[in-house]
Each structure stands twice: as C-alpha cells, then as structure tokens.
Design a protein around this ligand. Sequence first.
Ligand code: HEC
Ligand code: HEC
Length: 398
Amino acid sequence: MSAPDLDTTASHQQPTLIWDLPTRLFHWALVASFALAWLTSDSDEWLAVHVFCGYLMLGLIGFRLVWGFVGSHFARFASFRFSPQQGIQYLKDVASVSAARFVGHNPTGSLAIYILLALSLAVGAAGILTLGAEEQHGLAAGWFSFAQGDLFKEVHEVAATLMLLVVGGHIAGVVVESVLHKENLARSMVNGLKQAAPNTPKSKARAGVAVVMLLAMLGFGGWWFDYAIQRQLDTPAQQQAHRAGEHHTRHVPFVGPTLADNAQWREECGSCHGVFHPSLLPARSWQKMMAEQDRHFGDDLGLDATTTASVLAFLVTNTAEGHPTEAAYKLDQSIPRNAAPQRITEVAYWIRKHRDIAAADWANPLVKAKSNCAACHPDADLGTYEDGAMQIPKRPTL
Ligand code: HEC
Ligand code: HEC
C-alpha cells in the first residue's frame, strides 16, 4: 500500500478515475450472472441459463485474476494486499467510527473480494462436477456416478450459500462506508470516479479491453444459446421447430448420452402403450414381467420362447441399476432390494414426483392414464426423462 492510496488529506480533492472500465464491467457482469444463477437454481427448467451463468462467472473470475496483475493501479492485487488481521482491525475501526478512508479497496473490502474470488471458483468447479454427474453433461460428463453427484451438489449449494452471505456482508460494508465517508461507493463502481488527492495514482479507462470483454461475453452467449443448446434438441424436426419458435415445449432439454435402443423391443412392447425404457425398472422386475408375459396386466402377450428371451436380454442389460440417467438412479434408489415392482407408477420415487399433479390434469383427455408418460414427457420414447423437458399439456377449454 503506497501512501496516496490511504487518503489522509481531505483538501484539494477532485473527481479522479479509480476503477477502470474492465474492472467495472467485471464487477457488474459478475453481479448479474450470480443473481441470475441464483434465480434459476430452483428448477431444472432453467438449467441451460443457470449453467451459462456458471461458465460466465468462471470466465469472469479468470479475467479478474489476470487483471489483478496487469490492470490499472487500483485493480491490481498489489494495491490491496492486506492481511486478514488488517481486515478485521479495519472492521473494528469502522465500529468505533474511526476508520480511515481508502481511495481503493479498504482492508475489509479486500478480504471480501478474495473470499468471493475463491468461493466463485469453488461454486463453479463443484457446479461443473454436479452437471457432469447428475446430468452426464458438460466438461465433466461421464467422470462420476449419480451417487457422487449428490455430494458435489451439496458442496455446490453450500459454497453458493456462503457466497450469498459474503455478498450480503459486502453490500452492508459498502452502505456503511458510503455513510461514514459521505460518498456513494456503488456509484463510483458505475462511473469509476472518486474524490481523490491530486497525487493519486492514475487509472486509465482501458476501453479497448472492456470492448473485447463485452464481445467475448456476447459471443459466448450467442454460441451457447444457439449452437450448444440447439445441438441437444432431440431430433432434426424438433430443432427446426425450435428455431421456428414453435417447439412444443418452452424448455430446453438438457440431454445426456443417447440411451440403448432395440427394434424388436419397440415392436413387441410398444404396440399397446408407448415403450417403457428398461432403465426405469430393475432387472428383477423385467425378469418377473417376462416370466409372466402370458398374464401381462390382464393381457397375454403371446410371445414365443425365443422372442421372450431376446427381449428380456435387451431389458436386463439396460436396467435402472446401470444408472444411465438421473431418473434411473433415483428410481433404483427408491425400490427396496427385495421388491420387483411391475409398475413404474408404483415406485416410491415416481409417486413422490407426481403427487402434486392436479386431478384435472390426470383427467385431461390428452393424458388419461398415469402410464401415458409421453403426454407430459416429450422425451419418454427416448427414456431420458429430463425434468427440464417435462411439460403438462394444457387442459381443454370448456
Ligand atoms: C397386448 C398389449 C400390450 C403389450 C404388447 C405390452 N403391454 Fe405392457 N401393458 C399393457 C397394459 C394393458 C398395461 C396396463 C396399463 C395401465 O394400467 O395403464 C401395461 C402396463 C405395462 C407396464 C406398467 C406401466 C406402469 O403403470 O408403470 C410396463 C412396465 C409394461 N407394460 C411393460 C411392457 C413390456 C416390457 C412389454 C413388451 C415385452 C409390454 N409391456 C407389452 C399391455 C401391453
Ligand atoms: C400428467 C403429466 C405426467 C405424466 C403422464 C407422467 N409424468 Fe413424470 N413427471 C411429471 C411432472 C409434473 C414431474 C415433476 C417434474 C419436476 O419435479 O420438475 C415428473 C417427473 C418425472 C420424473 C423425475 C424426473 C427427474 O429427473 O427429476 C420421472 C423419472 C418421471 N416423471 C417419469 C415418468 C414416467 C415413467 C411416466 C409414465 C409411467 C410419467 N412420468 C408420467 C408429469 C407427468
């Protein structure tokens, strides 16, 4: 910390550029992406936006780490290299209304910045691991199991909550400082200006860097929402419909790897109802069902021994125990080891996920039966059951 950073002379102050443009752009883009990520964290419906915000945050943090060395004076880590002790001491000074005014970051603010940088990295990294495990998607797709995903999600959520608390502290600090030293700190992060003595180190606006940042963010957003997401829509027809703005769901499905398929299974098991993908039940359920194929929910499937054996072979090699999807993992987890349920709709996880659906929605002629999965899950035929793809059909108007 050089002497001019610590403002002791109240006289001869003039509006001076303290925060360069890239620092300000970084700050507000981080605020926006954190807020949006928080708002879209509740349901997988907005997962595509949520994940976009996460990558954006990581990119911004990456930029800030570099800018901390090559940015203008007050953006450099060297200008706010305070120890945790100094950070806490400053907090005490504030409490006794004797805190000195800093033109750049004060010791407590610096501490908040370092903690926020570290937490952002932790949230982002845990987010990538969660996405890889729970959706089998993104950079870490296929690295971990769904069970491990539960742990990453826990870390992701705890780190994000801590981050929100530090953000709260940071905002409180800004308010207190603004009152204490009669200056609007939030506004100075917008226009970059603060009152400072003439010998204060000069910051340059660095507009060129800010323009490159802005273009990079816009370019990434354009790529993400056009190319990367388009690519995940199931069929070319759906992609076309999506482009034309008439995709039958307003959600963007977050689809992992394509699941196993089999023509004979489709032919024998998809004629009376839509196919139920083998990953929706454990092997023991399919074995029992095929052993009793002559008494299939009141129907005799009339399959010969060879057909029965080969359909069963496909079923038991792609069961819920293999955890190819989040749905398969959760269904498997909720079935007692000694049970061999014949209905997916009687599995505890299924019941839990569907108990809030209104009777009027079940009665909708477009739905009718619980087992009519495709009525609400456009990806039922593929077996992925992404919650982001689910959409209950509109009730008919009377
Ligand atoms: C002849 C018609 C017919 C064929 C062919 C058929 N099913 Fe079914 N299946 C039914 C009926 C009827 C039900 C009960 C539907 C209901 O209650 O909504 C049913 C229900 C099911 C269910 C339970 C759905 C739930 O409620 O969770 C599963 C699983 C199932 N069938 C699997 C299969 C498999 C596997 C095959 C191929 C080997 C097959 N079905 C072929 C008629 C058929
Ligand atoms: C009337 C509409 C409707 C029908 C029919 C329906 N579902 Fe669902 N399903 C939903 C809703 C609503 C949810 C909850 C989504 C959420 O929690 O975000 C859901 C959630 C799920 C989930 C959890 C997804 C996840 O990963 O969290 C699975 C798996 C699932 N359904 C499977 C099925 C299967 C299999 C069938 C057919 C046997 C079926 N559903 C029939 C509406 C329906």
